[in-house]
Write a protein that binds this ligand. Structure first.
Ligand SMILES: [Zn+2]
Length: 269
């Protein structure tokens, strides 16, 4: 599933394509026909991402809400759109550009109170200027749940997925199984600041890189990582491989049905 940086990049991209334009919306697949009819003829005023949720705010207090889930994806282009291929849930077109959405978990119109309710269900998003990290820490410090599970819970922190969580815990030297209530104030401040920095870099580059300069392939004389996710990481999907910092084999374990990765030496706690 795409992590928050991808959704923030999409919000910026869609504003670039359409902001200020009157849009024509269709649902070639038919499942969003009614919503598309309501969107048609309205002006897209602004876009924003909140965690893994994408919002298009249209004139007339209409908000399009999209959650890509595991399989959703957008394609776009200039000029005339191509013939719809496959299950296109939503097609947006202006005089200049087109945008197709396939396979989302959510594609719906929300009223302002529904947008407020969605935001209320989500924890602070490290990529948003209005994020309040105290809200997340207030939950973490009261909880016996492992830190990795708390950080993956979108109600605690929004936008973080397995790669950011795994890597930020490594960089902070924290074991993923540490109970939330054992994370001290300084530890949280450091972890939050690191999530903000890692996620901003990912928005900028369009991929997740978490490795410090001293541990880059060229600095260490090692081969670059080959993985469809791209990016250089410390422990994510590197089970059994030597830790870039200490050489210990990276561990893998399960937590709530997700794979976790950590260095048993660097993250001994
Ligand atoms: Zn290590």
């Amino acid at each position: 599933m795409p992590e928050g940086h991808t959704i923030h990049r999409l919000a910026a991209r869609h504003a670039e394509l359409f902001a200020g334009d009157k849009l024509y919306a269709t649902s070639p697949q038919g499942r969003f026909a009614e919503g598309a009819a309501r969107l048609t003829g309205t002006v897209l005023e602004a876009t924003e991402a909140y965690g893994k949720h994408l919002l298009h705010h249209h004139a007339g207090e209409l908000t399009l809400h999209v959650h890509l889930g595991l399989y959703g994806r957008f394609t776009d282009g200039a000029g005339e759109p191509p013939e719809p291929v496959g299950q296109v849930r939503l097609r947006l077109t202006s005089d200049r550009h087109w945008l197709d959405l396939r396979g989302p978990t959510a594609c719906e119109l929300l009223t302002p109170p529904e947008v407020a309710a969605l935001r209320g269900r989500l924890g602070p998003d490290p990529l948003r200027a209005d994020a309040d990290p105290e809200r997340a820490y207030a939950r973490i410090r009261r909880s016996a749940t492992p830190l990795a599970a708390l950080l993956l819970d979108q109600a605690v922190v929004a936008g973080t997925g397995l790669i950011f969580v795994t890597e930020a815990l490594f960089r902070s030297g924290l074991p993923p199984t540490l109970p939330g209530r054992r994370l001290g104030r300084a530890g949280w401040d450091q972890l939050w600041a690191d999530l903000v920095a890692l996620m901003r870099t990912a928005v900028h580059r369009g991929r997740i890189d978490t490795v410090r300069d001293a541990h880059l392939p060229e600095a260490m004389g090692r081969d670059p990582r080959v993985d469809r996710h791209g990016g250089e990481v410390y422990v994510y999907r590197r089970p059994g491989a030597p830790c870039h910092v200490c050489g210990t084999a990276v561990s893998r374990g399960q937590l709530a049905g997700r794979n976790l990765y950590w260095c048993p030496a660097c993250q001994a706690g």
